[in-house]
Design a protein around this ligand. Structure first.
Ligand code: AQP
Length: 503
């Protein structure tokens, strides 16, 4: 793979700006983080007393209960992650992981991230037990292979290792609206039903299982358990994050008379990657998906150089001459251009890229795209194969550490939830550590920082005076790091001549 890449000629075809106008989209980011510490009191009314505004406290200047940026995101173990998962989600996870351990944040409040292999969600897809076991292992190993690991700031865990997810799901389901759930699209697309299908249809109710219908409630529980403020996802998940926000607000208002009067849940925001939706190589009007029955419809992040080339060569395009970007008329070619843009982090728009490549042959374009994908994913396959070797202990050690860390954090949230509902234990069994103690549970201290992997400049440490907003700013900058590195170039293999190049 490497040898072939060295044959490639690096061409900087664009005079790419270093700081493109693109930035990560934080969806619904208007801050609802207005919950208070248990030791604070909210001033009710519009004016407050002594000139205070509503939302301020009598005890000390208003500070959100959750000061720290916390990220949660999950991936289903329905197969080895594909290029869409990587560009739409996992690459951001790695960036956040690297940045949260950046030396410039030493001694400051650092962002935390919880990344989960959401295997309970995957039960909504059929798989025999032994296959599921393998898929779970492959999924977790794939996360380690891209460079994630448990550190003080990062927790990598299996959802099924933390029993609180299902407990919180039940509690949230007591306030979840079935009308809202019935309007969501995922259950319809998984059952190949039209978008306007509803529960009045016999076809829908015959196929629909409760687990698939209530999937977004479990997803809300995943997010809220870890007090996540940011949830990096692909576009397909936006509806679910909105639902989680609605549930969190609903629950907070449901328990507003709880003893300490504070909000229980933080309201999360979705963070969209620039690669919102990578499409299938075989049906380019549908998104690339792990569960597509055609393995040639997707590039796995563990594919070999040869597999990547074979799949891209077989990608559905069209017989029109030349290259152009037109999502309606040329979805296959447009998808290849999008992929090229994201794997190389070129700052130009897809239209401009297509214009620059307009005289290229389809064969040349495919070869170029395949080479650049292989370059973007290089090293992951080798790491993955090593981790999957039977004698390799790293996988098992990481799983154990992640499970312990996640469970401790989730237990703290669940205690608050239970108490807000009057479900306090009458015994003494729930001897829960304080949040500070939980955050000290680390595997081996800070991660090895390699921010250069993503061309990310140092992010600014939180200052004591700026408080939570600065941490939020730091994480946003971390996310924008991907965007700022959109100034790359792509490789043209020796075989795929680009006739548009003058020299
Ligand atoms: N095609 C895609 N383009 C960009 N982002 C994508 N994501 C998924 N597909 C694309 C993002 O990857 C994260 C993990 O996804 P998931 O495993 O939780 O489930 P999914 O969205 O349903 O992905 P798949 O690959 O289509 O899995 P199956 O086939 O099992 O349903 C999410 O953040 C998602 O947005």
């Amino acid at each position: 793979m490497r040898a072939s890449c060295t044959l490639s000629l690096i061409l900087d075809l664009f005079d790419a700006p270093r700081h493109p106008s693109w930035s990560v989209e934080i969806v619904n980011a208007k801050d609802d983080n207005n919950s208070l510490r248990p030791d604070q009191q909210r001033v009710e009314g519009t004016g407050g007393k002594d000139g205070q505004q509503a939302g301020q406290t009598t005890a000390e200047p208003f500070r959100p209960f959750h000061e720290k940026t916390i990220v949660f995101s999950g991936i289903q173990p329905t197969g080895v992650p594909h290029l869409g998962n990587y560009l739409g989600a996992l690459r951001q996870w790695k960036l956040l992981h690297d940045n949260s351990a950046h030396p410039s944040l030493k001694g400051k409040k650092k962002p935390m991230q919880y990344f989960s292999v959401v295997d309970l969600h995957a039960l909504t897809s059929e798989a025999p037990g032994p296959d599921r076991l393998r898929l779970r292992k492959e999924s977790y190993a794939a996360l380690l292979a891209i460079g994630l690991k448990n550190t003080r700031q990062t927790t990598l865990f299996f959802q099924s290792d933390v029993r609180y997810h299902t407990e919180l799901m039940w509690i949230l389901s007591t306030i979840a609206s079935t009308g809202y759930l019935s309007r969501m699209t995922q259950w319809k697309s998984k059952l190949n039903l039209p978008d306007d299908a509803n529960l009045d249809s016999d076809e829908a109710t015959a196929k629909l299982k409760l687990g698939l219908f209530s999937y977004p409630v479990l997803q809300a529980a995943d997010i809220l358990l870890y007090e996540a403020s940011l949830v990096p996802v692909g576009e397909d998940q936006l509806q679910h994050i909105e639902f989680a926000r609605t549930l969190a607000r609903g629950f907070n208002s449901h328990v507003k008379n709880s003893p300490d009067g504070s909000n229980v849940f933080r309201i999360p925001s979705a963070a969209l990657s620039p690669a919102k939706r990578i499409m299938s190589l075989k049906r380019p009007t549908q998104k690339m998906s792990k569960s597509d029955s055609d393995p040639k419809s997707r590039i796995l992040i563990t594919d070999s150089y040869e597999d990547i080339h074979a799949k891209i060569r077989a990608a559905v395009t069209d017989s029109e001459p030349g290259i152009s970007y037109d999502l309606e008329k040329r979805p296959g070619v447009s998808n290849l251009i999008e992929i090229l843009r994201h794997v190389t982090t070129i700052a130009e728009t897809p239209d401009t890229i297509a214009k620059d490549l307009q005289y290229m042959t389809m064969r040349g374009l495919k070869e170029m795209v395949a080479d650049n994908i292989a370059e973007c994913l290089s090293g992951i396959r080798e790491n993955f194969l090593e981790l999957m070797e039977p004698g390799n202990r790293t996988f098992y050690d990481e799983v154990s550490i992640g499970a312990g860390k996640a469970e401790q954090k989730a237990r703290v949230t669940m205690r608050r939830v239970r108490e807000s509902l009057g479900l306090n234990t009458f015994g003494t069994r729930l001897d829960t550590p304080k949040i500070d103690e939980v955050e000290d549970v680390g595997a081996d201290g800070d991660a090895n920082v390699n921010a250069n992997d993503f061309n990310v400049g140092p992010i600014h440490p939180e200052s004591d005076t700026d408080g939570p907003q600065t941490t939020e700013k730091a994480i946003l900058e971390a996310l924008q790091g991907i965007g700022q590195s959109y100034g790359g170039s792509y490789r043209v293999s020796a075989g795929g001549k680009d006739p548009s190049r003058k020299s």
